[in-house]
Design a protein around this ligand. Structure first.
Ligand code: SAM
Length: 239
């Protein structure tokens, strides 16, 4: 999979592509990341990419010409052009799974007041990482790229992400590692019992417990299995 990031601040991505799992995915040639400087497309003699908004008001607006020319130079018939904007559809794990099936994603990073509205005609999808406003789309595009890359086949094992929070609609169960006892807190016995089915049931139960406590709306909208109904009844009687 190829991910192209269209930005005015390419230097922000240096650490991103040179660290941890993202770096390994690039070295293994599973992922290609291309960082495109939109400023290099401007036809303005002073290198400007933004201008004052018609109608007045604060801030600067990204102009059509450099942004649209950068999109046109980067996209192919396989590309999905995604505009990073707080006004877009909210990123969820299910969206990341869908994006992980694409061949080429172009992430378009805004800055200042955002984009000239006409740029929206050149994008396939508008994506937000949450209901808050960032300075620019760079951090948001890293969030999207990171969440997508780890779901692409071969980047991490399927087992590593299929139990992750949200992947099956629940929050993930708690994890423990050595030591077995830390400042009076013990690792639950079942996890060291070696009994695989009991471990599976324990994890499902704790996953349900966490989800009910932290994100009850996920339980309310879930089509519960008979086992999940039984485990939730146990949880409710315990609490
Ligand atoms: N004036 C715009 C608005 O109210 O919708 C916000 C502009 S914001 C300061 C500048 C850029 O940051 C946006 O064009 C977008 O690319 C990015 N951005 C800010 N918040 C974001 C979010 N929650 N999700 C995705 N991108 C975001």
């Amino acid at each position: 999979m190829k991910i192209s990031i269209l930005t005015l601040f390419p230097e922000m991505f240096t650490g991103f592509v040179e660290t941890s799992i993202i770096k390994k995915a690039i070295l293994k040639e599973i992922i290609e990341i291309e960082v495109v400087d939109m400023r290099s497309f401007t036809e303005d003699k002073h290198n400007r990419v933004d201008d004052y908004p018609y109608g007045g008001g604060a801030g600067l607006v990204l102009m059509c010409q450099p942004v649209v020319d950068a999109i046109k130079a980067t996209r192919t018939e396989d590309s999905l052009v995604v505009m990073m904007t707080p006004q877009g559809k909210t990123l969820k794990q299910s969206v990341s799974y869908d994006l992980a099936k694409e061949k080429h994603i172009i992430l378009l990073c805004g800055h200042y007041e955002g984009f000239d509205e006409r740029i929206r005609s050149y994008v396939d999808m508008e994506l937000s990482i949450g209901d808050y406003v960032l300075t620019g789309g760079e951090v948001a595009s890293m969030v999207v790229a990171d969440s997508v890359i780890r779901l692409v086949d071969g980047v991490i094992t399927q087992e590593s992400h299929e139990d992750d929070s949200f992947s099956n609609g629940l929050l993930e169960y708690p994890h423990y590692t050595r030591p077995r006892e830390y400042e009076g807190m013990e690792v639950p016995d079942v996890l060291v019992s070696g009994h695989h089915e009991n471990v599976r049931n324990y994890r499902l139960k704790e996953s349900l417990r966490k989800t009910q406590k932290m994100r009850p709306e996920l339980i309310e909208s879930r089509d519960l299995t008979p086992l999940e109904i039984k485990l939730l009844a146990e949880i409710n009687s315990e609490e």
